[in-house]
Design a protein around this ligand. Structure first.
Ligand code: MN
Length: 437
């Protein structure tokens, strides 16, 4: 079932944190995303924080000051941890109670007087860390537009395989190389073989790419052997982040058959630092993608009326690029694409249900990613592979530099936000990464 819309989503709410009231902020009081940070100067112990405007509310300090005293003990204990895993494990009842408390604490003219001690840390003085210990990472392929675009490049006569409309296709990714936004990306080396070559060479990847994806963290998990029904799936999701699934297309093309992606993907996956909860997204739920009449209906275990009606999320994602030359010439990043998560063929609930349908256990803090978010229109493709048609149609940057794939010094910036009439904007912040040689 979906999370309810309540007083915490009221677009008229204002916070006593001034920067949270500015138009266009990613982190107004209606958002309240969770992350993990350390104060650069003071203690090096990681604390859980909540983004509010350009500040971070320190949950550990809130606990120390007794501001959460009325909350259940397991919840306050989870707020004192140095990762979100324990909070995620408690399940959606806990995040709902905590959201309610945080909203009252941070709102202007709230029911209580402002705390005297400082419970805020400026983001500029904080070092953000990975929000959770991610035990497992799975990457899906849920955009039919992406799957078709990519399929056309490799199999012009048969772009979409028969299973696509039945199976939320995915592969098991590598959790150890998930890194936080702003970590540099080393250009990977690997085996590659062009059509003209008869044997592969081992060399730095020349076809380095990004994939604009949306990630979702597992909240409460499931026991081995137990599956999660489609109408229960969302109760097991804590929240969402942005994901850049860096991809070395040359390594990938040579290695991917017969067992799928491996070293072409596992060298790095970047995530954004703030986890936007499913509670915060409640006003932005929308119908799942409308399948064309001719498409098969999902099998029963992947179908429910609630999921069909409200399984989608009205979330816009964007990719920006800034080359070293652009930065030298003070040219702002250029937008490469903009797409909507509404257009995904499979919903988050369908992906999670499918993942557990064989009895596979998911654990709190596991990360599942959607696959590249691409739309039908030009300008909505979430990878350079699609935009440049595997490099055959390079794009021109404002400096007149040409790009087929990423060059050293290129910075990829991903953004995500929910905006609609009658709602406060809920932003995801940024997911950034710069390629180094
Ligand atoms: Mn991917």
């Amino acid at each position: 079932m979906n999370r309810a819309i309540n007083h915490t989503h009221d677009p008229n709410l204002r916070s006593w944190v001034e920067s949270a009231n500015q138009k266009g902020t990613d982190f107004p009081i209606q958002n309240l995303p969770f992350g993990v940070f350390c104060h650069r100067e003071q203690t090096k112990t990681p604390h859980i924080g909540v983004a509010i405007g350009d500040q971070i509310l320190d949950l550990f300090t809130c606990c120390q000051l007794g501001l959460f005293e009325e909350l259940p003990e397991p919840l306050t204990a989870a707020c004192r941890e140095s990762s979100l895993n324990q909070l995620m494990a408690l399940g959606s009842w806990a995040t709902e109670i905590l959201r309610d408390r945080l909203s009252l604490l941070l709102r202007l003219n709230g029911s209580q007087s402002l705390p005297e001690a400082n419970i805020l840390v400026p983001m500029a003085e904080a070092e953000l860390l990975l929000p959770a210990n991610i035990g497992d990472y799975t990457d899906f392929y849920a955009s039919i537009f992406h799957a078709t675009n990519v399929g056309k490049l490799f199999r012009p006569d048969n772009p979409l395989l028969l299973n696509y409309k039945y199976v939320p296709v995915g592969y098991h990714g590598r959790a150890s190389s998930i890194i936080l936004s702003d970590t540099s990306i080393n250009r990977p080396q690997g085996q590659q073989k062009t059509a003209q070559e008869s044997v592969p060479t081992f060399a730095p990847s020349q076809l380095l790419d990004y994939e604009m994806e949306v990630g979702f963290f597992v909240g409460s998990g499931n026991e081995l052997g137990q599956s999660i029904a489609i109408d229960k799936a969302e109760e097991h999701i804590f929240g969402l982040c942005l994901v850049n699934d860096w991809s070395a297309r040359d390594i990938q093309a040579w290695e991917y058959q017969p067992l799928g992606p491996f070293l072409g993907k596992s060298f790095a996956t970047t995530i954004s630092p703030w986890v936007v909860t499913f509670e915060a997204l409640a006003p932005f739920r929308c119908p799942a993608f409308a399948r064309p009449e001719a498409d098969p209906a999902p099998l029963n275990y992947l179908y429910s009326p609630v999921n069909a009606q409200l399984g989608g999320i009205n979330l816009t994602v964007e990719v920006m690029l800034s080359s070293a030359q652009m930065r030298e010439q003070k040219i702002p990043p250029v937008r490469l694409s903009q797409a909507s998560f509404k257009q995904m063929y499979w919903t988050i609930a369908q992906m999670l249900t499918h993942h557990t349908s064989n009895g596979c256990n998911l654990r709190s803090g596991d990360l599942l990613a959607s696959g590249t978010v691409s739309g039908a229109e030009s300008g909505s493709q979430g990878s350079l592979l699609e935009i440049t048609r595997r490099g055959s149609q390079p794009i021109k940057l404002p400096t007149d530099e040409m790009r087929s794939f990423l060059e050293d010094g290129d910075q990829v910036i991903m953004r995500g936000y929910c905006e609609q009439e009658g709602c406060a904007r809920v932003g995801f912040g940024e997911c950034r990464g710069k390629v180094v040689g």
